[in-house]
Design a protein around this ligand. Structure first.
Ligand code: A2P
Length: 317
């Protein structure tokens, strides 16, 4: 399995298990099966509303000796309603309690969007806090605090564009170690990848399979389906693998981590086995030429009418 190496020498397995949309009642089995199958990287977030159940699976795996804590990488994310410096420690403590862990490997600022503390999802524009009230630099200082306390080994961000990374790095004592963003052949984000690699920021590709199991309110009409893409299907056929495996392998070949979500035992195993697929330069070039440009997770919830956030601030590519 390819790994990503951090400046302190820590390594992260490129293929991890995504847990967004993994339903309560399913995610315990999914995480346990993943660890049994050889996954060592589990991606979580407080807002996925399933960390307690993930925590039970992690506890079981550790107690049964399936894996040692130091060989497991667990990521979680700070929700938008805890961006004030004083709110960050309580937020990670809650996540650690739910996950039944003493420390995280990586904690990410989930979105560059701040909301009032009592808001989970915004109903109206007054639920937001503008960034001049809670600047990203304040949130980042809180992230540095919890890193200094040893509550997480690494800190990073998610859904940050180049401008926002620049902004955070201006005053940062610790640079973000990771930027987790949507990436797949329809959204390769090459400029962002180049920028991050120039600044020693690793990337994780979320929604690598197009997240077809999103709630219908999060979908647009006639979305393109990655699994049906003819180029991806042709490459899969040549390698005797599935389109999903081509998509996962593509992310690994670009030097990023990738977190396909599955709660199905066979697909959990299949996704990890993508590590064995060797895409050729010709395959990578053919995928580059696909020419579709589509963002499945467009952040439009944050840009509702009257909100201080606009899509043009979130995405620059
Ligand atoms: P399931 O959980 O039933 O396996 P993403 O990682 O982009 O969010 O995509 C997740 C979606 O892709 C889920 O609907 C998941 O369904 C499905 N999925 C995961 N792995 C595979 C696979 N190997 N083949 C087909 N669909 C998959």
């Amino acid at each position: 399995m390819k790994t990503l190496t951090f400046t302190n020498g820590d390594t992260l397995s490129a293929i991890g298990l995504g847990t967004w949309k993994s339903a309560p009642g399913e995610v315990y089995d999914a995480v346990l099966h993943a660890i049994k199958s050889g996954y060592r990287h589990i991606d979580c977030a407080a807002i996925y509303m399933n960390e307690k159940e993930v925590g039970k699976a992690l506890r079981k795996a550790l107690e049964d000796g399936l894996v040692k804590r130091e060989d497991l990488w667990v990521t979680s994310k700070l929700w938008n309603n805890a961006h004030k410096r004083a709110d960050i420690k309580p937020a990670i403590r809650k996540t650690l309690s739910d996950l039944q862990l003493d420390y995280l490997d990586l904690y990410l600022v989930h979105w560059p969007v701040a909301m009032k503390p009592d808001v989970v999802f915004p109903d109206g524009p007054n639920d937001f806090l503008p960034l001049d009230e809670v600047p990203l630099s304040e949130t980042w200082s809180g992230m540095e605090d919890i890193h200094a306390e040893g509550l997480t080994r690494h800190i990073g961000v998610s859904n940050f564009n180049i401008d926002k990374l620049d902004e955070v790095m201006t005053d940062a004592r610790i640079k973000p170690a990771m930027n987790q963003v949507e990436m797949h052949p329809y959204l390769p984000q090459q400029k962002l990848v180049d920028y991050c690699h120039r600044h020693d920021i690793h990337l994780t590709a979320y929604s690598p399979l197009g997240s077809g199991d999103r709630a219908s309110r999060m979908k647009r009409e006639n979305e393109p389906v990655l699994f049906d893409d003819q180029t991806i299907k042709d490459i899969a056929e040549q390698h005797g693998c599935t389109p999903a495996q081509v998509l996962i392998s593509w992310a690994v070949h670009r030097g990023t981590a990738v977190i396909p979500k599955s709660t199905n035992p066979g697909r959990i195993e299949q996704n990890l086995a993508s590590a064995d697929i060797q895409l050729t330069e010709g395959d990578m070039e053919a995928i580059k030429q696909i020419g579709q440009d589509f963002r499945y997770i467009d952040g439009s919830l944050w840009a509702m009418e009257g909100s201080p956030y606009e899509l043009s601030d979130l995405w620059t590519e």
